[in-house]
Design a protein around this ligand. Structure first.
Ligand code: PMV
Length: 310
């Protein structure tokens, strides 16, 4: 048996603007993971993938162009790259990352699957090569992904990400604590990204400055995080959330959770990821975390996760 695993992720600052070449900050959430485990066989069946709601077989020599399922597509990409046909292998995927909620579930399951398959056929893969493959799979989910999800998940490291630029590790001057509040409403990032695209194309003079303002918030946040100036992050989160509201990617549920968190003592809060549903994050301390957690639950959060960025 072989296994592969990958973490969830959250975007701290800069989602959506990152699609337009602005920088963004993202961190792994190592306590929430996707794992893939392989068993040999059944004989003559090719590669079988078992996941929640999926039992798909990838026969030998299938062309990757015809695959619209992300997991079979990920498997075909790695087999093509290794120049091998599908081995008789059963891959079981398990994940505790909520789907379609901005936590990178798609990139995490693809990463875990490719790692497990590479181990099963004894072909180690570098993180750089893996990242390029998972980016290809992300295109299926997202249409025009910036590449931030696959990067933070494959390297499992805090990153400052800018499209087309070398990935930079984000330095963390002092650890800080976040609560992740899940609206429980799945939302497709592809649709939110597409809608922002239409907005920007229809009125560039209005929306380009909003995107650029997010870029400046990210630069200030990066400096504050590196310097360990956690208090400075609260107002920056509020500004970033307001800019995302202008880009129409918040939702009444996200706004309610953001208000509940700040009302209960969070230093700041904002939506995280594609928006329209999915998750928000709240900056808390050991002292404020219990009250903010309760406020999020009372305001309708389906799940609340705690994570420490370090
Ligand atoms: O996968 P999500 O929902 O966390 O969103 C990714 C972030 C976006 O900036 C909205 C899209 C992208 O490709 O960067």
């Amino acid at each position: 048996m072989t296994t592969g695993s990958a973490p969830a992720k959250i975007i701290l600052f800069g989602e959506h603007a990152v699609v337009y070449d602005q920088p963004a900050l993202a961190v792994p959430v190592s306590s929430l993971r996707a794992t893939a485990s392989t068993q040999p066989g059944p004989a003559g069946q090719g590669l079988r993938i078992l996941a929640r709601g999926l039992d798909a077989t990838l026969p030998a020599n299938v062309s990757s162009d015809v695959l619209d399922n992300a997991l079979t597509y990920a498997a075909s990409l790695i087999l093509n790259r290794l120049h091998i046909t599908a081995p008789d292998l059963t891959v079981r995927i398990e994940s505790d990352i909520p789907m379609a909620s901005g936590l990178g579930s798609g990139a995490a399951v693809s990463t875990a699957l490719i790692r497990a398959v590479c181990a099963a056929v004894d072909a180690p893969i570098s993180n750089d090569d893996l990242n390029a493959l998972v980016y290809e799979v992300e295109k299926l989910h997202h249409g025009n992904p910036s590449g931030i999800d696959n990067t933070v998940i494959v390297y499992e490291s805090p990153v400052l990400y800018k499209r087309g630029a070398p990935v930079q590790r984000l330095s963390i001057g002092r650890p800080f604590m976040l609560l992740i509040g899940d609206t429980g409403m799945g939302a497709l990032t592809r649709i939110a990204v597409g809608d922002v695209g239409k907005l920007v194309a229809a009125d560039p003079a209005r929306y380009h400055p909003v995107i650029e303002s997010i870029g400046r918030i990210v630069t200030q946040a990066q400096a504050a995080i590196s310097a360990g100036d956690i208090a400075a992050l609260g107002p920056l989160m509020a500004q970033n959330h307001a800019a995302l509201q202008t880009l129409t990617v918040s939702s009444p549920e996200l706004d309610t959770l953001v208000q509940a968190a700040t009302g209960a003592g969070a230093l700041g809060a904002k939506l995280s990821g594609g928006g329209r549903g999915g998750n928000m994050i709240a900056l808390v301390t050991e002292a404020t975390a219990p009250a903010v957690h309760q406020a999020l639950v009372d305001a309708g959060a389906a799940n609340v996760f705690k994570t420490v960025v370090s």
